[in-house]
Ligand binder design. Structure first.
Ligand SMILES: [Zn+2]
Length: 668
């Protein structure tokens, strides 16, 4: 066999193998539980990625195979017939191996009887071999009559035709989800809300962090109002962001946890009100807990959760193969750049609506576990480290439970993990910079109201709580950045009065001169900003439901009955809903004082901290400052009493969601 023959045969078989994995990947996606809940835009993204990753990669493998085989010494040279069979065996073997080795985990087959489970692998192997050999032999037979030059030409023709088809398919744009947008006009006065997942206030350089993690956000801060003591209502994503959008604490809006709750319809959300004020409303968010089925999309003309795309991208066969070969890391940013994709999707919304009055909410997830920034940012803050967590820190074999409450890492490893977390912050800041510079280019920046914040922070070892958020209620988790840049950058201030994420909605409405709904927990911050008045006001908050309560040394309630294997998580949480809820830590901040309530089944225990002199919350003054403690305790317990679990609305969750929650450490 000559090189040209090797090449055409191997590339043809490579194409077939790529086509097989394309069909396999698409079929697996179609039958997966995540398909029905995804948007047209998401679906198109996944199909395109399958198309453009699988075939090219296997064609490249074909070229490599052809080069290697043609380099064999002449005495090992194959006749045409034998050469073809060798190629076929090579590609069949490779495909069967990949099918078994790489995809048994990413496409879980559950609920099958054991007999079928045993049969599934042999039948998959037969399917691969048939799929490759049938078209190969058919093509050979059809072309056998022709002389060999024409045969090569015909094969090349087929490949070129298929390539053209791929290019045409690549041009298809997801118009479906956009066509629903009503066309409305407005004259500027746009609102951009940027939130970042898992971003504590004191890791931003404009807040005095020793690393330069946020040059782009710093620039906005220098032209805006910086709140130095802003608190989240709950240190978990979904309930926290529902507080941003409703102006209410979690027990009032009803979305209490990341697991099986939705945002009930009775809430009047910020985008619902802005829609009435003729804003076009859009959200581009990244976090599996923010899917539209949780009804956090209420009031948005356009809502896209890009985490779905990210998780599907990790299942595309060709990309799994690159991952397996450890080649994915340098290339990863092409398909697994979460912040980049969030920014790109946000820009698509802006491009389509830049001539309208818009409200856009963009939520980035990157600083969340795993800490694995793209190569440029991975070694940025800690170049000297080499070891197992070099560019990717995760709970891994240590397991979430042990890592979080009994961290076995060396100080060097802990510091490196933090440097990777900071790398993620810098990476996100970089994408925010790109977003803002486009806004400037389109002359939208100057006159927009720009708000920057986070859903919660991250504990990085404080109080023995590592690389997590939600279980405890100390400030590393509760303190969030809050920054408002008014149009023209006219108001520049630093404000130390404690404020809450529930204040955001009334502030925006006040700024627009719109009457807020009744009975909000939040208040407008404009009087504090413009009037200079700093009223003493109580801020409240609660912990998320405790996932690892049995290993949480601060938990005083026996709340975690071991989940029997027969009970699925979706049955388990509702079963213990009340128990989990009663075991939440609660807090109140007033001026410099912070009171924490730890339930214990009786009257509870309390911690009181003077944040001015003890920002690390280490010296409990509860006994010493009895008068302050007593007054605050009355108010806090009154607030706790208001939590009756009355407003909750449960959703059912699927396999995909469970595996997503497991992958970020929320479920075992
Ligand atoms: Zn979050």
């Amino acid at each position: 066999m000559r090189f040209k023959q090797h090449l055409s045969t191997a590339v043809f078989l490579g194409f077939l193998a790529g086509f097989y994995f394309l069909l396999f990947g698409c079929a697996a996606y179609l039958v997966s539980s995540s398909y029905p809940s995804s948007s047209a835009c998401d679906r198109l993204f996944v199909f395109k990625l399958q198309l453009f990753a699988n075939i090219p990669l296997f064609v490249i493998i074909g070229i490599i195979v052809a080069v290697l085989l043609s380099l064999l010494p002449r005495r090992f040279g194959f006749s045409e017939g034998r050469g073809g069979i060798i190629h076929l065996l090579l590609f069949s073997g490779l495909s069967v191996y990949l099918q078994f080795k790489l995809f048994s985990e990413s496409y879980m087959v559950s609920g099958l009887p054991p007999v079928l489970k045993i049969l599934i692998y042999p039948s998959a192997a037969v399917a691969v071999i048939l799929f490759l050999s049938l078209p190969y032999f058919l093509t050979r037979r059809t072309l056998a009559k022709e002389d060999s030059e024409n045969r090569l030409l015909a094969l090349e023709g087929i490949l070129a035709g298929l390539l053209l088809l791929m290019i045409i398919l690549g041009l298809v744009k997801p118009t479906a989800s956009w066509s629903a947008l009503s066309r409305r006009t407005g004259e500027g006065g746009n609102i951009l809300l940027i939130t970042v997942d898992t971003l504590r206030d004191d890791h931003l350089s404009y807040r005095g962090y020793f690393r330069k993690t946020s040059p782009n956000i710093d620039a906005v801060a220098s032209e805006g109002v910086v709140f130095e003591n802003a608190y989240t209502a709950v240190p978990r994503t979904f309930p926290s962001l529902c507080s941003f959008l409703t102006g209410k604490y979690a027990h009032r809006h009803g979305a209490r946890n990341n697991f099986h709750h939705a945002l009930p319809d009775f809430n009047l959300t910020l985008p619902e009100i802005l829609k009435q004020e003729s804003f076009i409303t859009g959200a581009v968010v990244t976090n599996a807990g923010l899917q539209a089925r949780r009804k956090i999309n209420q009031g948005f003309d356009y809502y896209l959760e890009t985490g779905h795309q990210n998780s599907q991208a990790q299942k595309v066969p060709a990309l799994r193969l690159l991952d397996f070969l450890r080649l994915s890391y340098p290339l990863r940013s092409f398909w697994d750049d979460q912040a980049g994709r969030t920014r790109a999707e946000a820009l698509k919304f802006l491009q389509r609506n830049r001539d309208k009055k818009f409200f856009l909410w963009v939520h980035f997830i990157d600083p969340h576990m795993d800490y694995n920034p793209p190569p440029t940012f991975a070694g940025f803050f800690d170049r000297d480290y080499s070891g197992r967590y070099e560019s990717h820190f995760h709970y891994g074999k240590v397991g979430a439970e042990r890592m979080i409450f009994d961290c076995p890492l060396s100080p060097g490893e802990i510091q490196h993990a933090i440097s990777l977390h900071d790398g993620e912050i810098l990476h996100t800041d970089n994408e925010i910079g790109k977003l803002l510079s486009k806004l400037k280019e389109w002359e939208l920046f100057k006159n927009s109201l720009i708000i920057f914040s986070a859903d919660h922070g991250e504990s990085l070892g404080e109080h023995g709580y590592f690389f997590a958020h939600g279980d405890l209620i100390y400030n590393p988790c509760m303190h969030i950045p809050l920054l408002i840049r008014f149009p023209g950058g006219a108001v520049r201030k630093r404000i130390s009065t404690p404020v809450s994420s529930v204040d955001l909605m009334p502030t925006i409405l006040d700024f627009l001169g719109v009457e807020p709904p009744e009975e909000l927990d939040g208040v407008s911050l404009l009087p504090i900003i413009f009037g200079g008045a700093e009223p003493r006001r109580a801020i409240f908050g609660e912990s998320g439901i405790s996932i690892f309560s049995s290993s949480n040394p601060r938990m005083k309630m026996e709340i975690e009955p071991q989940r029997p294997l027969a009970i699925l998580p979706e049955e388990w949480f509702p079963l213990w809903e009340e128990v989990f809820n009663d075991a939440r830590f609660r807090m109140m901040v007033e001026g410099d004082w912070k009171l924490i309530y730890t339930p214990d089944g009786g009257s509870g225990s309390f911690e009181l901290y003077d944040l001015a002199s003890d920002p690390a919350e280490e010296t409990n003054l509860y006994e010493e400052e009895a008068e302050i403690a007593e007054r605050m305790r009355g108010r806090l317990m009154n607030w706790v009493k208001g939590d009756t679990l009355r407003n909750i609305e449960a959703i059912s969750y699927d396999r995909e969601m469970i595996s997503n929650l497991q992958s970020i450490g929320y479920l075992r």
